[in-house]
Design a protein around this ligand. Structure first.
Ligand SMILES: [Zn+2]
Ligand SMILES: [Zn+2]
Length: 205
């Protein structure tokens, strides 16, 4: 079941993430992967691996964006409610470690944080989806960074490319921006992977 949080700023931030992914793909495919493959400097296996991780990244982004972070159980169905607190906004009791998110308008069990980049809360119901997303984001940004750096410092200039095309004329500028974007994404996803693992261990103890 699709769940999309109606939060204008959050939707804008999620759209930004989508275009971030799209830019990296368009530039890396059109300027690096396809021309270098056409000139036999890259094997088809490289293109397949890149395509798979790129697709996994955007699919897991969509799933994290539309997933439910979980709903808090009803106190009437629970045996021990001594440590439960009352949520004034939802007008119902919630178990420990559940928090109310104002942007989602609900209480979230084992709430980790509200992530504006997926316009969704990260909680009991979708923490593993979030983890999956940042893992794929780390892999695809590593691959993008690697091939874009090879393009700049190692691969030969493309001979068969249309020298007059927009891509070709602006290739260095486009790839430089892509390198910065991939490096930023790699650093932040590696950081998130570390803090997420710590959070999951802390919550489960
Ligand atoms: Zn609430
Ligand atoms: Zn939220």
């Amino acid at each position: 079941r699709l769940r999309i949080v109606k939060d204008g700023y959050g939707l804008m931030q999620a759209a930004f993430v989508f275009f971030y992914w799209l830019y990296g793909n368009v530039v890396t495919w059109n300027l690096v992967l396809l021309p270098q493959y056409a000139e036999n400097h890259l094997s088809i296996a490289v293109l397949i691996v890149y395509f798979i991780f790129s697709a996994l990244t955007i699919c897991s982004f969509w799933r994290a964006f539309t997933s439910s972070p979980g709903v808090t159980p009803d106190s009437v169905f629970s045996d021990s409610t001594d440590d439960w607190t009352f949520c004034e906004a939802c007008k119902k009791s919630r178990p420990p470690k559940a928090h109310h998110c104002r942007r989602c308008g609900q209480c979230v069990p084992l709430m980790d944080h509200h992530c504006p980049w997926i316009n969704n809360c990260v909680g009991q119901g979708n923490q593993w989806l979030f983890l999956q997303l940042i893992f794929y984001a780390a892999v695809i940004s590593f691959l993008t960074l690697t091939f874009d750096l090879l393009f700049k410092f190692y691969f030969d200039e493309c001979q068969s490319c249309d020298q007059a095309s927009f891509y070709h004329r602006h290739q260095h500028g486009l790839v430089n921006v892509c390198i910065v974007m991939a490096a930023l994404m790699l650093i932040s996803s590696m950081g998130l992977l570390c803090t997420q693992h710590t959070n999951i261990i802390l919550v489960s103890t």
